[in-house]
Design a protein around this ligand. Structure first.
Ligand SMILES: Nc1ncnc2c1ncn2[C@@H]1O[C@H](COP(=O)(O)OP(=O)(O)OP(=O)(O)O)[C@@H](O)[C@H]1O
Ligand SMILES: Nc1ccn([C@@H]2O[C@H](COP(=O)(O)O)[C@@H](O)[C@H]2O)c(=O)n1
Ligand SMILES: [Mg+2]
Length: 231
């Protein structure tokens, strides 16, 4: 069997999902800083497309104002372009897939399956409070559009989360907590396996030196055990 060349290598994709205002963009910024992923927000790409004066601009603007989901073809093209232009091989795709059409079309076109889905779970009252004090001048940050976006989230986006949950791919996070606490939970999920093994090994070594100063040396087999613990 031949080897897979670099050109054929699939990027690592993490889908970042959660209701409007749940904190996806905020947490993605910290993940980028700490773990080096490239952050692609579908909403940001669509807003940039409006600004660029593209022929789809007016259609996208109207859909965003109404809290509706833009046809997958448009959004996927923007995501693919951004991925091709990046030299990175690990991406956080934020706010996508937003409905079943988004999900199926992305998989069919790119043949990429997400490594997992980070799902930010937050009550509507908290998301509403956050959006109303966001102050970024977004056309959809008003109470009328917020209500529509909540409805679309419940009816179209949650089924996508449930789909990935049925495949064991959802990592759910309590996003109602303060930013720093949410990020601690994120870190526990994103931290590469090797780092966790190192951490567990040090913890066991420390425990040994405190509780049993003259205890048995840490053997290779006991480190092997740590590896099994740190999944
Ligand atoms: N854990 C948190 N606690 C309090 N405020 C938060 C928290 N996380 C984010 N915020 C604030 O809430 C607002 C919404 O956050 P953010 O833009 O990250 O959400 P989002 O999920 O990307 O929303 P959207 O889907 O509308 O793009 C921002 O003003 C942000 O500073
Ligand atoms: N897959 C997507 C993502 C977003 N949209 C539209 O953009 C709006 C804002 O998205 P945020 O992620 O920045 O909240 C969203 O309400 C949709 O109108 C989309 O169509 N498809
Ligand atoms: Mg966002």
């Amino acid at each position: 069997m031949g080897t897979v060349s670099d050109a054929e290598k699939k990027p690592i994709v993490i889908f970042v999902l959660g209701g409007p205002g749940s904190g996806k963009g905020t947490q993605c910024a910290s993940i980028v800083e700490n773990f080096g992923h490239t952050h692609l927000s579908a909403g940001d790409l669509l807003r940039a497309e409006i600004k660029s004066g593209s022929e789809n601009g007016t259609m996208i603007q109207n859909m965003i104002k109404e809290g509706k989901i833009v046809p997958s073809e448009v959004t996927i093209k923007l995501l693919q372009k951004a991925m091709h232009e990046s030299e990175n091989d690990k991406f956080l795709i934020d706010g996508f897939p937003r409905n079943e059409e988004n999900r199926a079309a992305f998989e069919a076109v790119t043949k990429i399956e997400p490594a997992f889905v980070l799902f930010f779970d937050c009550p509507e009252e908290e998301m509403e409070r956050r959006i109303l004090s966001r102050n970024e001048g977004r056309v959809d940050d008003n109470i009328e559009t917020i209500r529509k976006r909540f409805k679309v989230f419940q009816e179209s986006s949650l089924p996508v989360v449930e789909y990935y949950d049925s495949k064991g791919k959802v990592r759910k996070i309590d996003a109602a907590k303060p930013v720093e606490e949410v990020f601690e939970a994120v870190k526990a999920i994103i931290t590469p396996k090797e780092e966790k093994v190192k951490y567990h090994s040090y913890a066991i070594l420390e425990e040994l030196s405190f509780s049993d100063t003259y205890g048995p040396p840490v053997t290779e087999s006991s480190l092997e055990h740590n590896k099994k613990v740190a999944v």
